[in-house]
Design a binder for this molecule. Structure first.
Ligand SMILES: Nc1nc2c(ncn2[C@@H]2O[C@H](COP(=O)(O)OP(=O)(O)O)[C@@H](O)[C@H]2O)c(=O)[nH]1
Ligand SMILES: [Mg+2]
Length: 393
């Protein structure tokens, strides 16, 4: 059978691997004194605990490149910033040289895309030398235009951080943002815990500052912002639903309804990449069989479409043996929404990846899918609205 679930699941896995392989590499420079919390920050923002002790390859006197196989991310971690003015001069030159070298390749995978300059909020003061260093860096970066973000690390007191932020902003440096963060929960003895915060803002600001070719990578490698992952994933669903709608406008005879499948395979693969989880074929099979494949082993053949079709209120009669454009969009949007819901549960730790193919997982999937079908037109409309929002990157 051409479109049995097994084959479509395999196609989806292939599409996921292909997409991951084709992700552009994100390159970031992280600078600041030893102990400000650079390593802690990097590990809190990116997947797979990318920084480990002793890891990283020296690329200049004061910079090490940290990367991990199969993750499209490289971090240049600077060292020795606290050692005084000479070293700071060297570090600045090494940063600027690295930026220029990267640009010379004319390859997005080699360019530096963002600089985080980290200052510890707990130190409660900012040295005039650091401001001058930043001023010189940003001025010399004027021709290369790499977005510079000042990250105020280890922020326990948001009030102190705000004051520090305003001090820095008053300097009118050519930087894009000053962002207070606490990368990891902080325990104050006998008083309780200050919760980590601010990393989602960091991801959001980076997303706004970097080109679209890096957005899938950014979402794939970051683990700090669920809302940014969902925003990107929702846009993917919107695009797929729109495509399905135009494909459905033909209209699609039942027998050819399988035409929609490639659109949905691409959608599921793209959402998987954005969430960055390792998804196997069993999971995709569970997803398909508890949603669009609930009628049997064939996907979007005559039986399945009519099964799904019955669930869409107001879909009208099955005139001329064709599904309508809107129905094609509704089914696609419902599938996308169901998958995002499951991804969200995994992100929050409410479910394990293996659980998706369990009875509970499948029930959750069909429930969300059926709910989204029931609110079919509204669900579709809310996705399509995303595409007309010009501010939504
Ligand atoms: N609780 C907590 N500790 C932090 C945070 N950032 C840094 N630290 C601690 O500060 C110390 C120095 O951090 P590290 O990341 O190694 O700094 P680096 O030298 O800039 O890489 C470590 O003991 C960290 O555990 C944070 O956001 N929360
Ligand atoms: Mg470190």
């Amino acid at each position: 059978m051409l479109n049995d679930i097994n084959k479509v699941a395999q196609d989806t896995i292939n599409a996921i691997n292909e997409k991951i392989k084709n992700l552009n590499t994100l390159n970031i420079i992280v600078a600041g004194k030893t102990g400000v919390g650079k390593s802690t920050l990097i590990n809190a923002v990116f997947k797979d605990n990318i920084v480990q002790t002793g890891m990283g390859r020296p690329v200049t006197n004061h910079m090490r490149k940290i990367s991990k196989k199969d993750i499209p991310l490289a971090i240049y971690d600077t060292r020795g910033f606290e050692l005084g003015k000479d070293v700071q001069e060297d570090v600045k030159k090494e940063i600027l040289d690295t930026i220029k070298d990267g640009l010379a390749y004319n390859d997005i995978n080699k360019a530096i895309h963002c600089i985080w300059y980290c200052i510890n909020t707990g130190s409660n003061r900012i040295e005039p030398e650091e401001i001058e260093w930043l001023r010189e860096l940003s001025e010399e970066n004027n021709s290369t235009q790499v977005p510079i973000i000042v990250v105020l690390t280890q922020t326990i007191s948001k009030k102190n951080a705000e004051e520090m932020k305003n001090l820095i902003l008053d300097e009118n440096l050519d930087i894009i943002q000053v962002i207070p963060v606490l990368a990891k929960d902080y325990e104050i003895e006998g008083l309780g815990t200050v919760k980590a915060f601010g990393l989602d803002t960091l991801i959001q600001v980076m997303g706004e500052a970097m080109p679209d070719e890096l957005m899938d990578t950014l979402q794939h490698v970051q683990i700090a912002s669920l809302s940014e992952k969902k925003r990107r994933a929702s846009k993917i669903v919107a695009t797929a639903a729109l495509t399905a709608t135009s494909e459905g406008a033909a209209p699609i005879p039942f027998a050819d309804a399988a035409l929609l499948i490639p659109t949905q395979v691409t959608m599921i693969a793209s959402i998987t990449v954005v969430f960055g989880f390792e998804i196997n074929k069993t999971v995709i099979t569970a997803l398909l069989s508890s949603t669009i494949g609930s009628g049997g082993a064939t996907l979007l053949g005559r039986t399945v479409v009519s099964n799904v079709f019955k669930l869409v209120p107001g879909a009208g009669s099955v005139a001329g043996g064709a599904i309508s454009a809107t129905t094609a969009g509704i089914i696609t949007a419902a599938l996308g929404a169901a998958y995002i819901t499951i991804m969200e549960m995994i992100y929050k730790g409410e479910m394990n990846i293996e659980d998706i193919s369990s009875k509970k997982g499948k029930e959750t999937l069909s429930k969300v899918f059926n709910d989204k079908l029931k609110s079919g037109k509204d669900n579709l409309a809310s996705y399509l609205a995303i595409l007309s929002d010009k501010n939504n990157k």
